[in-house]
Design a protein around this ligand. Structure first.
Ligand SMILES: [Zn+2]
Ligand SMILES: [Zn+2]
Ligand SMILES: [Zn+2]
Length: 148
């Protein structure tokens, strides 16, 4: 599927693919749209919506559907954590907390730092880059990584 681009309306795209804009989908897209450039776990989104009586499984299922449709991108953290953000159509990378799996978007891309000489004739067609570390919340709780 073609991913959502920067100026495209996610609700329109979903409908154009034959999906109904159900209450849960509308609420999820609304949060993701007003927070473009931020990632959320299914749990984060569930916390924000649980007053509406929504089930966690509904949140999760709809996020996965939006991901399959290229409307939302999935950032895989360590320990099988998954974060979701609205596709921005804009190349960027992520910081991932090794303790809680929280993710943050960063705009810098290290590709521009590699000199022509370093490429040694290699033609890059893609790259993956993420920084793992400790998020401010976990640092506050004086997290220390345990072996194993
Ligand atoms: Zn953390
Ligand atoms: Zn991101
Ligand atoms: Zn990059």
């Amino acid at each position: 599927v073609t991913a959502l681009t920067e100026n495209e309306n996610p609700e329109k795209l979903l409908k154009s693919r034959g999906y109904k804009l159900t209450g849960p989908r509308k609420m999820l897209l609304n949060i993701l749209e007003t927070n473009r450039g931020r990632c959320f776990t299914a749990q984060d989104l569930y916390e924000q919506l649980k007053e509406t009586g929504i089930e966690f499984s509904t949140v999760y299922r709809n996020l996965e559907l939006l991901a399959d449709e290229g409307i939302v991108s999935v950032i895989r953290g360590n320990k099988d954590t998954r974060s979701y953000e609205l596709c921005s159509g804009h190349h960027h990378h992520h910081l991932v907390c090794v303790n809680c799996g929280a993710t943050r978007c960063i705009d810098s891309c290290p590709m521009s730092l590699i000199t022509e000489h370093e490429w040694q004739g290699f033609t890059p067609i893609g790259h993956q880059f993420e920084i793992i570390g400790i998020c401010p919340d976990c640092a506050k709780n004086s997290y220390t990584e345990k072996p194993g």
